[in-house]
Design a protein around this ligand. Structure first.
Ligand SMILES: Cc1cc2nc3c(=O)[nH]c(=O)nc-3n(C[C@H](O)[C@H](O)[C@H](O)COP(=O)(O)OP(=O)(O)OC[C@H]3O[C@@H](n4cnc5c(N)ncnc54)[C@H](O)[C@@H]3O)c2cc1C
Length: 391
């Protein structure tokens, strides 16, 4: 097999997770290749928001892992040459009613107790954030360390740097089968590749890669819609979500109208660097159907008006959807696989793949090198989910 067709490490999937892995593995001096079905960032990583947040993470392991990822992203902002619209202004959650305000105050306390920089915001603080907010919002909270990136640019920035460290980039190549003899044999529609180790970073498609080696990977696509606002006067300078976003993400009960509940809609507003804004989002299990549903678009727009009533005069220019790779316990799978030595999984980041890509890349590098990891990987093992999830 020629050097172009063989690598020490083959990474399947050129989304943000695969690109971050490629960067760390190539930087560590390993001979590696990334194999992508379409183009870099053509999957969920270009159909999402760009928030690197702790504000929406469960206190404990989840939020600690995000903090490490945020810190590594600061390093990358210094190391990578292509800018990726990194902005570190913190982010806020707003409450719909007094009941949520009480829960938010409790949330801040729990996060502070675990050493994270959260603050309660009152009604006046919220008005000072943006003149577009509704007057009756009782308050909310902020997380000081949260940041924003452009995930699409981030992928290309990681790949450009990884190429300098020797990464081979194989695009428009769909992996159709994998078998293992002494090396892994990876068949694609562009020919056959071999590798000593394989990382499955195929996002919502990771289960299909797993099946090729008889490995069950319990990840399901959870669809989300985003609306894009026309460029106009800045609405906000930092990311804002509603407190109910947490309830949706973790599947808890909320007091909202039937349509908002049915489409799993909760406000997320992300200001882009060019001052468009992204309005989201919804959460639905509808298989791999990525079509835009106008009913969901309307629900997202209506929910935004609850918090930003003056937006009724704003123009929206388009909408799109993405598929979040969901796991039952809301944590990704970042793991070696005992049954197939040399096979690793890095998938299942649901709505957190942008936040957690960097730490995932670092962890896979360390797992491959059999080194101590920056955070414990036990909670991320793939076999924790082996029972009880129906795909
Ligand atoms: C509406 C929405 C908003 C979101 N907002 C945020 C946010 O603000 N913050 C956050 O942290 N997360 C957010 N997310 C989640 C985040 O986008 C995902 O977790 C992340 O993009 C997943 O990245 P990935 O690399 O695992 O998957 P992907 O980006 O989907 O990459 C997987 C790649 O594998 C390739 N592939 C698949 N099968 C094969 C094959 N057989 N051969 C070769 N290649 C293959 C695909 O083409 C694809 O490019 C959001 C998601 C959605 C839908």
């Amino acid at each position: 097999m020629s050097a172009e067709k063989h690598a020490e490490v083959a990474i399947i999937g050129g989304g943000i997770v695969g690109c971050a892995i490629a960067y760390y593995v190539a930087k560590a001096g390993m001979d590696c290749a990334i194999i992508e079905k379409n183009d870099i960032a053509s999957g969920t990583s270009s159909r999402c928001d760009g928030n690197i947040t702790i504000v929406d993470k469960d206190p404990g392991f989840d939020s600690k892992m995000s903090l490490v990822s945020q810190e590594l992203t600061v390093d990358l902002n210094n190391d990578l040459e292509l800018p990726f619209e990194y902005r570190a202004h913190g982010s806020i959650l707003v409450c719909d009613n007094e009941e949520e305000m009480e829960a938010a105050t409790e949330w801040v306390k729990v996060q502070n107790d675990s050493g994270l920089k959260f603050n309660v915001l009152d009604q006046v603080d919220i008005r000072n954030e943006s003149p577009y907010f509704a007057d009756d919002i009782p308050g909310g909270l902020e997380c000081e360390t949260d940041s924003l990136i452009n995930p699409y640019l981030f992928c290309y920035s990681l790949i450009e740097k990884a190429k300098q460290y020797g990464l081979k980039v194989i695009t428009n190549s769909e992996v159709t089968n994998i078998s293992k003899e002494e090396d892994f044999i990876i068949e694609t529609n562009k020919g056959t590749f071999t590798a000593k180790k394989v990382v499955n970073a195929a996002g919502v498609w990771a289960p299909f890669i797993g099946e090729m080696l008889d490995i069950d990977i319990p990840i399901r696509p959870r669809k989300g819609h985003i609306l894009v606002g026309a460029r106009q006067e800045p609405v906000m300078m930092r990311n804002v979500m509603e407190f109910g976003y947490l309830m949706n993400k973790f599947g808890r009960d909320r007091k909202v109208d039937a349509r908002t509940a049915e489409h799993g809609v909760a406000l997320v507003l992300e200001p882009t660097e060019s001052q468009n804004f992204l309005l989201g989002s919804s959460r639905q299990f509808v298989g791999y159907d990525g079509r835009v549903d106008i009913n969901v678009v309307q629900t997202v727009a209506n929910r935004a008006l609850r918090f930003f009533p003056k937006m009724k005069d704003f123009n929206l220019i388009r909408s799109y959807t993405g598929l979040r790779p969901w796991t039952e316990d809301h944590l990704p799978i970042i793991s070696s696989v005992e049954e197939v030595p040399g096979f690793f999984i890095a998938a299942g980041h649901e709505g957190d793949g942008i936040s957690l890509a960097t730490v995932t890349g670092k962890l896979i590098e360390q797992l491959i090198k059999e080194e101590e990891t920056v955070i414990p990987v036990e909670p991320l093992r793939y076999d924790r989910l082996a029972e009880g999830v129906t795909l």
